[in-house]
Design a protein around this ligand. Structure first.
Ligand code: CUK
Ligand code: CUA
Length: 607
């Protein structure tokens, strides 16, 4: 079925093949075309969840084919599924019609992806969303998170999904209030946040926060193994500039990674430390020794990534051609012996010479690092348009692969876990330029699939992505168990019905309730009479219990169009504000008589 798992061979046979490949210069290697070709009817081996950037959606791709499997609307409307049109999803989306989604993050158990949920941030409104990976639907949007402004850094999930961590990119006064902008250094605050994830339901709630100097927090990564219980955040703008940042925030040769001991913070919060600000307990690190330390890291660090064994904290300073590696052992020793390079804004700065294990000369514009299962690291280089592979421990640069063009994030399958898979890596490039047929001045972005199972990285293929997927997460397909239908018997949604006989119209003054059934190939009822001025609530239940039989419900001359999955109920509200005849129909091709699936609403004049 897949190109992924070769037939099991005895170790001797494998060794023989390895030798043969080495001697013959890859004569036995499949061509890239064979590696990405998934023949009709076969399935991909891996899911890739790519953020849709400011389209506010998540794109689901199959890997290795690069086929777009589906779109999950999160922060913006999607008529295809009716998201943002029915009452429940309107409520989820709240007051905003868009979001800026950057970082999909899979839930974890014991440091590995468990296939339950996908979290993603909306930077612009400081929100986090949770997608259920059985229904592939957005289940929760939490926020705006109190005291967090521009949630770029997040969500970063701890090893047992205890918390999603997040931080403010643009500092503002906390609590938010008027202050003259040039009082920035004194009155604006950077914030780190721990958002508790309820283990059974996945519900999110801000648990505690840490008030920091007004740096721009950018990204984070969870400690693992020995460093579990810590979260590492990068920050640029240690200059604390509030204007002309391109120059003013690029002055210092080093900025910081903030090492945050969240287990210690939990204890401080349990002991009642800190103050309540907008309903969340906020700790002041200058009053809570041991909670936050600063790690000097080269010029304007963007990404920070902790190796799967938790021993190395890799920072990528985008304005220096190196990846800075801090050793976890070094960090703990420096903390224990108070080996500080003084304090900054009241927070201890660990001596750089003591914590740094290596400065790896990766190339120009380093942004993000990922790891494989064999002790190698891969750093994306925006300016060089390349990926550098290097080795943990020896710090040797092994390989450099050009990518097209201007890579941002990269992602290894299982990339943020303690057990990366080490076969596929995606390069998420910002620019497409000449890679695809032109489609006017709006260009797609470009994902490139790279095989990292050998010594050298091998480019397998390009495929277009949309809305700038800053980041993506890849997970083996067998870890996800997609739902096929909703169980009609278990459907207790408001207005749900379980048989066509329960369908019908009820009136209460000018409020009309329609329990509408859809089943191949009709609506029941399909002739509905209401009066001008009525507010008509349609609870549409799809009575089907066969997979892949979704019906639609669209009303002519209206903004109503939803799709209802088998066993699902969706509710839409329609104003009968003018007399006349309004046809409605099934907008989703469902069967041979789909075109017959229609009905009429007759609106009687008020007088
Ligand atoms: S970011 Cu680094 S390239 Cu994670 Cu929003 Cu876009
Ligand atoms: Cu039901 Cu088309």
């Amino acid at each position: 079925m897949s190109t992924r798992k070769p037939t099991r061979l005895a170790p001797i046979a494998l060794a023989a093949i390895a030798t043969a490949v080495a001697l013959s210069g890859c004569a036995h290697q499949k061509s890239p075309a064979d590696e990405v070709y998934v023949k009709p009817g076969d399935h991909d081996t891996t899911y890739a969840f790519l953020s849709g950037g400011h389209s506010g959606q998540v794109w689901v791709y199959g890997i290795p084919s690069g086929r777009l499997l589906n779109v999950i609307p999160v922060f913006s409307n999607y008529p295809k599924t009716g998201y943002g049109f029915d009452e429940d999803s309107k409520k989820l989306m709240g007051a905003y019609a868009w979001g800026d989604a950057h970082h999909p993050a899979l839930s974890k158990t014991d440091g590995d992806y468990d296939g339950r949920w996908l979290f993603i941030n909306d930077m612009a409104h400081a929100r986090l969303a949770r997608i259920n990976l059985s229904s592939f639907q957005t289940e929760e949007i939490y926020g705006s998170i109190p005291n967090i402004s521009a949630l770029h850094a997040g969500p970063f999930i701890s090893n047992d999904s205890e918390y999603a961590f997040a931080a403010s990119r643009f500092s503002v006064p906390v609590p938010n209030r008027y202050e003259p902008i040039d009082s920035y250094k004194k009155t604006f605050d950077g914030m780190l946040a721990a958002i508790r994830i309820e283990p059974k339901t996945g519900h999110m709630k801000a648990a505690f926060e840490v008030k920091m100097p007004p740096m721009d927090f950018d990204l984070a990564s969870a400690g693992k193994g020995p460093s579990d219980g810590w979260e590492f955040f990068t920050a640029y703008n240690t200059e604390l500039a509030h204007t002309n940042l391109e120059v003013a925030a690029s002055q210092h040769q080093q900025d910081f990674i903030t090492a945050f001991n969240w287990k210690a913070a939990e204890k401080a919060v349990a002991a009642g430390h800190g103050t309540m600000v907008n309903g969340v307990r906020v700790l002041d690190p200058t009053q809570e020794p041991g909670i936050v330390y600063l790690l000097a890291t080269s010029k304007s660090p963007h990404g920070v990534d902790v190796s799967p064994d938790g021993k190395w904290v890799v920072g990528a300073g985008k304005l220096a051609p190196i990846a800075v590696v801090h050793g976890w052992d070094n960090i703990t020793k420096a903390i224990a012996s108070k080996d500080f390079d003084g304090t900054w804004q009241g927070i201890p700065v660990l001596r750089y010479k003591s914590t740094v294990a290596a400065e790896v000369p990766v190339g120009l514009g380093p942004l993000h690092t990922q790891f494989d299962d064999k002790g190698y690291a891969y750093t994306s280089l925006f300016v060089d348009s390349a990926i550098t592979k290097w080795q943990l421990g020896t710090w040797k640069v092994i390989d450099k692969l050009p990518v097209t063009y201007n890579i941002g994030h990269l992602n290894v399958e299982g990339g943020n876990t303690v057990h990366p898979v080490g076969h596929y890596m995606l390069a998420l490039n910002k620019m497409t330029k000449d890679r695809f047929l032109g489609t006017g001045p709006d260009y797609p972005t470009n994902a490139q699939l790279i095989d990292i199972s050998g010594e050298k990285m091998r480019l397998l293929q390009d495929f277009p992505t949309m809305g700038e997927p800053h980041y993506g997460e890849m997970i083996p397909a067998e870890k996800i168990k997609p739902l096929e239908i909703y169980d009609l018997k278990a459907n207790h949604a408001a207005g749900a019905i379980h048989a066509q006989s329960e369908a019908g119209v009820t009136r209460n003054g000018q409020l009309v309730d329609v329990k509408l059934a859809t089943i191949r190939t009709h609506f029941a009822p399909d002739n509905i009479e209401v009066r001008e001025g009525d507010t008509v609530t349609f609870h549409v239940t799809n009575l089907e219990q066969d997979a892949n039989v979704a019906h639609g419900f669209a009303i002519d001359d209206s903004n109503i169009d939803i799709e209802i999955a088998p066993g699902e109920t969706k509710t839409v509200v329609w104003k009968a504000d003018k007399a006349g005849i309004f046809p409605f129909y099934c907008s989703n091709f469902c069967s041979a008589l789909h075109q017959e699936m229609q009905g009429y609403i007759a609106v009687k004049p008020a007088h």
